[in-house]
Ligand binder design. Structure first.
Ligand code: CU
Length: 162
């Protein structure tokens, strides 16, 4: 009898796990087909792209004109740094005063996203910065986001940006 119950518990657990995994993969597929996602890692060292390249005026984050995108800001402080206790909150602004802000990211809430359509109302460029007085505030004050045509954006970002 105990063996039967045990088998039931195990098979139920496996089944639930399979369903969860399956749903997880479905979610991933639909998210990437509806709009594009770009990851920006945030730490006291600055803003970094997915290839760990420092983003700034010399290396702007390029975004496709007229295509809805989601930027995922990821809390990326090193475990052995004092900044591991920091909180970041990222604002993106355009020259005409348009602005959007992420939620706070910190050790226990590592990701926050913002979604918008680059190039609306003729905007050519955005700037992003951390609104919190954090340890890295001097490195987190000038992420340049440049709007480029969809074709050239695909060329520079590559097949990952479907
Ligand atoms: Cu910050």
């Amino acid at each position: 009898m105990i063996e039967k119950i045990f088998k039931f518990v195990v098979s139920t657990t496996v089944l639930l796990f399979s369903i969860a995994t399956f749903q997880g993969s479905l979610t991933t597929v639909s998210a990437s087909s509806t709009h594009m996602e770009l990851t920006v890692n945030v730490s006291e060292r600055g803003f970094f792209d997915e290839k760990d390249k420092l983003l700034g005026p010399q290396n702007p984050l390029e975004v496709p004109k007229g295509k809805k995108i989601t930027i995922i800001f990821v809390f990326d402080e090193a475990l052995n740094s004092l900044a591991i206790g920091d909180v970041h909150q990222i604002a993106i602004t355009a020259d005409d005063g348009w602005t959007i802000e992420s939620d706070k990211i910190w050790f226990f809430n590592r990701k926050s996203t913002v979604t918008f359509v680059p190039g609306e109302s003729g905007r050519k460029q955005y700037r992003a910065y951390c609104t919190v007085d954090c340890i890295g505030m001097d490195q987190l004050n000038n992420l340049v986001i440049r709007v480029v045509g969809l074709g050239s954006w695909r060329q520079t970002v590559g097949p990952g940006g479907n």
